[in-house]
Design a protein. Structure first.
Length: 455
């Protein structure tokens, strides 16, 4: 019989519940339950208390001696009603020592077992040679799979690229065929709907001084009727139209010369209007959009101040900022231009919303009058040097310009040719965004035609 079983039997013999025994010993019912189930051993003082409570010796309680009444104890009395003899106390101390030694040995044995179990578990975790070889084989297999996958992906990418090129080639070929067919169809339709059997246009003369262009035009009607007339028209994209009467010649050929103004960025469309039997029919003959640009010299303006941000309400300083202007060409492209325009004078200024804020000074090593803003806030102007095919340097005086939300501002060169014609060339237009943020360049903004310049 175990100690726990003896404690449970003695408790029942004394008609005590686990709660009652726990109260008598000063422990919980759970402690009594652990003792009786051999889940734990009671302390020495609790063994002595139970021996007195149950009227048995500690040795009997521990199962090391017979359960007999102690000497000097009357039958029927409990150990609580008598005191332990000196011999019994020595025996209790001996039992306690044996109990303590046994408990210590059990603890050491459990600790040793725990250490052995941990060592065995650690040895099991150490990979053996077979495990290492197996792992190395798996890693090699994985690397081979990855290399094979990348190789296949590369081949697929090459195949895709080749396929894409083939598709693009087929698409280009189909588009060319479609374009060719469309062009042929358009030509057939134009021929069917054309009013002319033959026609031609050419630039006859460009007068750079008067800024006009003349076209020589002829047209042969597909259906000729006696008494019919032809009027030749030259229309700019602004809607302005100039006309000239066609003069009938041999073989029903009508010819004439049209003269119209030459304006910047203007596309001129040349047409022929046929009038017969009270009916007016018009056919477009040709269009020109390169004449003005190819007559004037090229101008470039380069400044560095607009690389700085402008903030609304904060004065924008122009002090000692440099601007470079370069001119080249034009070569005499056509014999019909009697005198090619050249740059005679250049002025550089800072403009806000198209209005001049300050002129820059020419910096060519020669003394020049100081320019800028006068006492009334008006910009002042100075004579500029003659310009050849070389860089010119301009410098702004020490002045500040106030900019507000939404303002457009730029550095621009006012270029004048020998005939007195002027054009404005900018270094890009910037705008303060209107949100209180810093300035930003305005892309796609044609400042030369979209700004009403005031200077």
């Amino acid at each position: 019989m175990t100690i726990g079983q003896r404690i449970a039997e003695l408790r029942r013999q004394n008609n005590l519940s686990q709660e009652a025994l726990g109260e008598a010993l000063g422990v919980t019912r759970q402690s009594i339950s652990k003792w009786e189930s051999d889940g734990a051993l009671p302390e020495i003082e609790k063994l002595v208390a139970m021996s007195r409570l149950f009227g048995v010796s500690v040795g009997a309680l521990l199962g090391v001696e017979e359960e007999t009444p102690a000497e000097g104890t009357e039958p029927g009395k409990t150990r609580q009603e008598s005191e332990l003899s000196e011999a019994q106390l020595r025996m209790v101390e001996e039992i306690a020592a044996r109990y303590t030694d046994a408990l210590r040995e059990e603890t050491l044995r459990q600790e040793q077992a725990r250490r052995e179990d941990a060592q065995k578990a650690a040895e099991k975790k150490k990979p053996g040679k077979k495990a290492i070889l197996a792992g190395a084989f798996c890693v090699g297999l994985l690397l081979y799979g990855i290399i094979s996958l990348f190789s296949r992906l590369e081949r697929l990418d090459n195949n895709y690229t080749n396929l894409s090129h083939s598709i693009n080639n087929v698409t280009d070929s189909v588009n060319r065929q479609i374009s060719g067919i469309a062009y042929q169809v358009e030509n057939i339709l134009n021929e069917q709907n054309a009013l002319t059997a033959d026609f031609g246009t050419s630039v006859a003369e460009v007068n750079a001084k008067e800024m006009t262009v003349s076209f020589d035009v002829y047209a042969v009607p597909k259906t000729y009727e006696a008494g019919m007339t032809v009027e030749f028209l030259a229309e700019s994209d602004s809607g302005e139209t100039h006309s000239a009467e066609g003069i009938e010649g041999a073989n029903a050929r009508f010819s004439g010369r049209i003269t119209c103004p030459l304006t910047e960025n203007s596309v001129i469309t040349v047409s022929a209007a046929f009038m017969r039997g009270g009916v007016r029919e018009t056919q477009v003959l040709d269009s020109y959009d390169y004449i003005y640009q190819n007559v004037l010299p090229e101008i470039s303006v380069t400044s560095f101040m607009l690389g700085r941000d402008a903030v609304p309400g904060v004065p924008f300083s122009l002090a000692r900022e440099n601007v470079f202007v370069h001119s080249w060409g034009p070569e005499k492209l056509w014999n019909f231009v009697p005198e090619v325009p050249r740059v005679a004078r250049v002025r550089v200024g800072f403009f806000v919303n198209g209005a001049l804020a300050a002129w820059a000074e020419p910096d060519d090593g020669n003394p020049q009058p100081i320019t800028g803003v006068d006492a009334d806030g008006n910009a002042t102007s100075v004579a500029m040097p003659a310009m050849g095919e070389e860089d010119l340097l301009f410098t702004f005086p020490e002045c500040e310009v106030a900019l507000q939300d939404g303002d457009f501002f730029c550095v621009a060169a006012v270029v004048e040719d020998q005939f007195g014609h002027e054009r404005v060339v900018t270094d890009g237009v910037y705008q303060i965004t209107g949100t209180g943020e810093e300035s930003a360049r305005v892309d796609g903004y044609n400042a030369e035609t979209e700004i009403a310049w005031k200077y």
